[in-house]
Design a binder for this molecule. Structure first.
Ligand code: SF4
Ligand code: SF4
Length: 85
C-alpha cells in the first residue's frame, strides 16, 4: 500500500503583516547605481514585496514592514534603511 504525502511548505504571501506603510519606522531605499539585480533581497524578504521591473528592483512600500532584512543580505550594500519622516 502506498502512502501519498503532501508537502506542507508555506509560500510567502505578499504583505502577510497587512499594509504596514503607516507604522513602518525605517524604509529601505535602493541605490540603483550599486544594485546589480541579483534578487537576493527578493529571496529573503519575508513579506514578498520586492519585485524586478526590467533593470530595476522595486519595493512595494504599502506592504514593506521595514524589517531591514533586505538591507542586511545585500552583498552590494545597495539598500539603505532610511528613517521615515
Ligand atoms: S540584494 Fe542588493 S544588489 Fe541584489 S537585487 Fe537586492 S538591492 Fe540589488
Ligand atoms: S524591509 Fe526589506 S525585507 Fe523587510 S519587508 Fe521591507 S522590503 Fe522586505
Amino acid at each position: 500500500m502506498s502512502v501519498v504525502r503532501e508537502c506542507l511548505i508555506a509560500k510567502p504571501a505578499r504583505g502577510s503583516a497587512g499594509k504596514t506603510g503607516l507604522w513602518r519606522t525605517y524604509r529601505p531605499v535602493i541605490d540603483e547605481n550599486r544594485c546589480n539585480c541579483c534578487m537576493l533581497c527578493w529571496l529573503y524578504c519575508p513579506e514578498n514585496v520586492i519585485t524586478r521591473n526590467g533593470d530595476r528592483v522595486e519595493i512595494d512600500y504599502e506592504y514593506c514592514k521595514g524589517c531591514g532584512i533586505c538591507s542586511n543580505v545585500c552583498v552590494k550594500k545597495a539598500i539603505e534603511m532610511v528613517l521615515e519622516v
